[in-house]
Design a protein around this ligand. Structure first.
Ligand SMILES: [Zn+2]
Length: 184
């Protein structure tokens, strides 16, 4: 069984004897990895510098590091943020991987791609800042109070007003019937 992809590496040699090591550097593009306000761009070159080692239990342990550029949106000023992700790796590959813990290993190859994706998504900044001293939105460029100023009651208030109108102005006909009974 063969497999192709930028992050597929051969493990034939490594698995010949326990403790065998092999260093490898692989790189490629993964079509973009994104979270809400940050991403590794689709055309970014992702580099994995790894050491493969056959370890007890017919496993292969991968250690090393990942490098990839990222871009993001500053959470305060909404300006562009760019940077470099550097991620340390230490993961186990085995024939019957445990989801969320280990990755798939075959007799001939392992594919680093799922590990690369997981590691980079976790490394992306969830609250990016263009710099530690970002002053926040520039009122001239981002008049953030226009949409929900004090003069606009907002959609929530409208809904509340509608509820009040229904209970007050529209009378339930069942109450009218009750009034009739009392009059008798
Ligand atoms: Zn900023």
């Amino acid at each position: 069984m063969t497999r192709t992809g930028p992050f597929v590496v051969s493990v034939i040699e490594v698995q010949r004897a326990l403790g065998t090591q092999r260093a490898d550097e692989v790189h490629g593009q993964l079509g973009g990895l994104a979270i809400t306000d940050a991403e590794v761009p689709p055309t970014a070159d992702i580099v994995a510098d790894v050491l493969l080692e056959s370890t007890a239990g017919n496993e292969v342990t991968v250690t090393g590091s990942l490098r990839a550029p990222y871009r993001a949106t500053c959470r305060r000023c909404l300006g562009p943020v760019e940077g470099q992700l550097e991620v340390d790796l230490r993961e186990v590959f085995e024939a019957h991987p445990v989801e969320g813990e280990t990755y798939l290993l075959t007799r001939d190859w392992l594919d680093l791609e799922p590990m690369v994706r997981d590691a980079l998504v976790l490394a992306l900044p969830v609250a990016p800042l263009c710099g530690p001293d970002c002053p926040g939105p520039d009122p001239g460029s981002f008049p953030v109070t226009v949409e929900e100023g004090p003069g606009d009651p907002g959609p929530g208030s409208h809904a509340a007003a509608d509820d009040a109108a229904e209970s007050g102005a529209t009378r339930d006909p069942r109450w009218a019937a009750l009034d009739g009974l009392r009059l008798d």
